[in-house]
Write a protein that binds this ligand. Structure first.
Ligand code: GLC
Length: 511
């Protein structure tokens, strides 16, 4: 761990499988990440967050873990990991690891032992007898939209899972499970990591009564995370999600990881999302927690109006628009630059997903090319997670864009001219470098909001930095209404970075 904890860090998310391959396997690896750290540090970010690199059958892109303490050999070795951390620290980058505590893989030895009749291991998970007619113990759905219970004929019982059936939910109240988690967290801290991203913290606990969830009201139905055709959104998640002050469980995570670690959580609830993020980020819990509101609204003024009206403290609510779970928000035009500047100007932590700084847009994939279980479930109407996982095109001219010498695990069909522009002088990558630098040099990340308005598709924000300087950012989201901006020239604006887009413009002024 490096000495001080980053405040409101700019975090660059790496999805290792799609970042940089060095072996010709078509899959990214740890030495690949190490080889690109100079580039990442050159962007000016504070930290990297690594999506899972643990031993996994990859039924859910690595979020189905057999052994949380070991590295999958597709990604390299523990020595490769140590070398990556050392290089990151030399470059002044913190390293945050993904921790998927909510579930294991169904190939995890604990789960296999439970199936074989080990009752101690069975209590690491949630097993229940079928109802007398053989059906599931209750009406709960998994977040992806299948039933939350899968029958195992060996135990003649159902087990509970909130994602795919290959991810049995861990019983996080079990003290031995807690001991394992603590050991695993301490192990990664010993390897020098500086913080953790905790997967799906809002799924951690359920009500032990296992009562049926009630039917969702129309309002809840629209707010629950997921497409509205997903039956998971038909329920109010009263009993399967965080009964009582479930967010207080985060105090354990703080206890296990220590004060100096930067801890942030992923909220997949949708329902009361901002309120829950604030609960998870209370004193003594996580540093921050992010919800899906921002990407689902593509950072629109209306989205921010709603988030602000629900009492968000942006220091505890990282800004982000894309990830390995969301379609890329880029459209290859000026709107990308406006959104980037808006996110850089917004107080609080900021998560940048690999490749968004290149202005990457969402690639189209054919059904036979897709491997993601969620996309396949609802194809072609799903959320479209796999497109954002298409590997990074480092070199507009290379056969596989400098990602691999082999055959990439997903087809790469990036537009080479668009890439040349984005990666060339004055293009999107340069723009990200500039705005990340301005964010740092002017102290925007730790500023306080003095005034804001989200009328007419314009997000207008005035902030005061810790040294008392005031800045105003105006971000027009295509409405055609012209914003009333200061006469003085802007400190920075979105002009010229990418092809213009009707009504999209953003700028920041020092007042
Ligand atoms: C998180 C991950 C996602 C995964 C899910 C289940 O939302 O980001 O990729 O499918 O958790 O682990």
């Amino acid at each position: 761990m490096t000495k001080t904890k980053a405040r409101a860090p700019a975090i660059y998310q790496i999805y290792p499988r799609s970042f940089q391959d060095t072996t010709g396997s078509g899959i990214g690896d740890l030495p690949g990440i190490t080889s690109r750290l100079d580039y990442i540090a050159g962007l000016g970010v504070d930290a990297i967050w690594l999506s899972p690199i643990y031993v996994s059958p990859m039924m859910d892109g690595g979020y189905d873990i057999i052994d949380h303490t070991a590295i999958d050999d597709r990604y390299g070795t523990m020595e490769d990991f140590d070398a990556m951390v050392a290089r990151a620290h030399d470059l002044g980058l913190k390293v945050y690891m993904d921790q998927v505590l909510n579930h294991t893989s169904d190939e995890c030895p604990w789960f296999l032992e439970a199936i074989a009749g080990d009752e101690e291991k069975a209590d690491y998970y949630l097993w229940r007898d079928p109802k007398p007619d053989g059906t599931e113990p209750n009406n709960w759905f998994a977040q992806f939209g299948t039933r939350a219970w899968t029958y195992n004929h060996k135990r003649r019982q159902y087990y509970y899972h909130q994602f795919t059936k290959h991810q049995p939910a861990l019983n996080l109240r079990n003290p031995t499970v807690q001991d394992h988690i603590r050991t695993q967290i301490e192990g990664w801290l010993d390897h020098g990591v500086d913080g953790f991203r905790f997967d799906v913290v809002t799924a951690f606990l359920w009500d032990e009564s296992l009562k049926d969830n009630p039917v969702a009201s129309q309002e809840v139905h629209e707010k629950v995370a997921g497409e509205t055709f997903n039956p998971y959104t038909f329920q109010d998640h009263t009993y399967d999600m965080l009964p009582g002050d479930g967010a207080s469980y985060a105090a354990n995570l703080r206890k296990w990881a220590g004060e100096r670690a930067y801890l942030f959580g992923e909220n997949t609830s949708g329902n009361n999302s901002i309120e829950l993020c604030m609960d998870f980020s209370q004193e003594g819990r996580l540093d921050s927690t992010y919800s899906t509101d921002m990407p689902e609204g593509r950072g629109s003024p209306a989205t921010f109006g709603d988030i602000l009206s629900r009492g968000a403290d942006f220091q505890k609510l990282p800004g982000w628009l894309s990830s390995h779970d969301q379609p890329r928000h880029g459209r290859g035009d000026a709107s990308d630059a406006v959104l980037a500047l808006q996110m850089a100007f917004l107080p609080g932590p900021w998560i940048i997903y690999q490749g968004e700084e290149m202005g990457l847009t969402q690639p189209d994939l054919a059904h036979h090319e897709v491997t993601d279980p969620l996309d396949l479930l609802w194809w072609p109407d799903g959320p479209g997670r796999e497109g954002a996982r298409v590997p990074i095109p480092w070199d507009a001219d290379g056969e596989w864009y400098g990602f691999t010498d082999g055959c990439p695990w997903l087809p790469m069909r990036w537009d080479r001219d668009v890439l040349r522009r984005a990666q060339g002088k004055g293009g999107m990558v340069d723009f990200y470098r500039r705005i990340i630098g301005l964010r740092r040099d002017h102290g925007w990340a730790t500023a306080k909001i003095e005034d804001s308005s989200t009328q007419n598709d314009i997000f207008d924000l005035t902030v005061v930095t810790e040294d008392g300087t005031r800045y105003r950012g105006v971000f027009c989201h295509g409405s055609g209404v012209s914003a009333d901006t200061p006469e003085a020239p802007a400190l920075i604006c979105s002009d010229g970075v990418a092809p213009s887009a009707e009504g999209w413009w953003g700028g920041v002024w020092k007042l």
